[in-house]
Ligand binder design. Structure first.
Ligand SMILES: CC(C)(COP(=O)(O)OP(=O)(O)OC[C@H]1O[C@@H](n2cnc3c(N)ncnc32)[C@H](O)[C@@H]1OP(=O)(O)O)[C@@H](O)C(=O)NCCC(=O)NCCS
Length: 199
């Protein structure tokens, strides 16, 4: 992917934002370093970031050539690692606390001999990235969701509107709308009252 000349004003990182990343004018990106692992070849838009959204230091769009990420409006990404081989969608008004990991792929095989081969191959290329091995399983996070700090969302998970995920939870199953889940693996601990739809 050809790099554009887009930079972030007063950025400590000298790199640029790829041309297939579409950022709304009202969104805040702390540093272009967040896109230093964005290798998506999807055109014209591999990443979209919506109105009023903020992505703070530590947020990484670690996107394979086949990956696409859509972040809605008024989303807060407070140092979130998004690992995407296929598709990650984050809905409007979703709050992601610090050190959340959202992944649609594991990127490494179970077989230790295959992993050894993979690690040898990585040492031969630059940059030394893990790359997509299998099609990722899309992750969809609904509107008005709150992910507590250090939450891990595993491949294929769909999180319903208005759900809350407790701090340090590992989510491997879908989460129903307006529920609170917590733990490893995350289990429902509470139901919430649905709110009026937000326009
Ligand atoms: C998920 C959360 C909102 C739930 O709060 P709550 O509704 O007050 O829940 P409670 O404290 O009543 O706990 C209910 C049960 O869930 C368990 N639980 C709550 N949070 C948990 C967590 N993160 N991991 C594992 N279990 C958890 C409690 O131990 C309790 O279990 P019990 O019924 O067996 O005693 C809160 O625990 C949490 O994790 N908040 C995250 C805050 C955060 O990340 N802030 C970052 C700044 S944006």
């Amino acid at each position: 992917m050809a790099k554009s000349a887009r930079t972030v004003p007063e950025d400590w990182y000298p790199g640029t934002i790829p041309s297939n990343v579409k950022i709304d004018d009202t969104a805040y990106i702390e540093t272009a370093y967040s896109f230093s692992r964005c290798r998506s070849q999807i055109l014209p838009e591999a990443v979209t970031i919506g109105y009023g959204t903020s992505a703070y230091l530590g947020t990484m769009f670690d996107i394979a050539p086949t990956g696409r990420v859509n972040v809605g409006k008024y989303v807060l990404l407070n140092g979130v690692w998004i690992i995407c081989d296929h598709e990650v969608i984050i809905g409007d008004y979703t709050l992601c606390s610090w050190n959340v990991v959202i992944m649609d792929t594991y990127q490494a095989p179970e077989s230790s001999s295959q992993r050894r081969m993979m690690l040898q191959q990585i040492s031969q290329r630059s940059p030394r990235n893990l790359e997509a091995m299998n099609p990722g399983k899309p992750v969809h996070i609904g509107n008005n969701v709150w992910l507590g700090f250090e939450v891990c969302i595993l491949p294929g998970v769909h999180i319903g509107e208005g759900a809350i995920v407790g701090a340090r939870s590992v989510v491997q199953d879908n989460v129903e709308p307006y529920t609170i889940v917590a733990g490893n693996p995350a289990r429902r601990i509470k139901r919430l009252d649905p709110i009026e739809p937000i326009t």
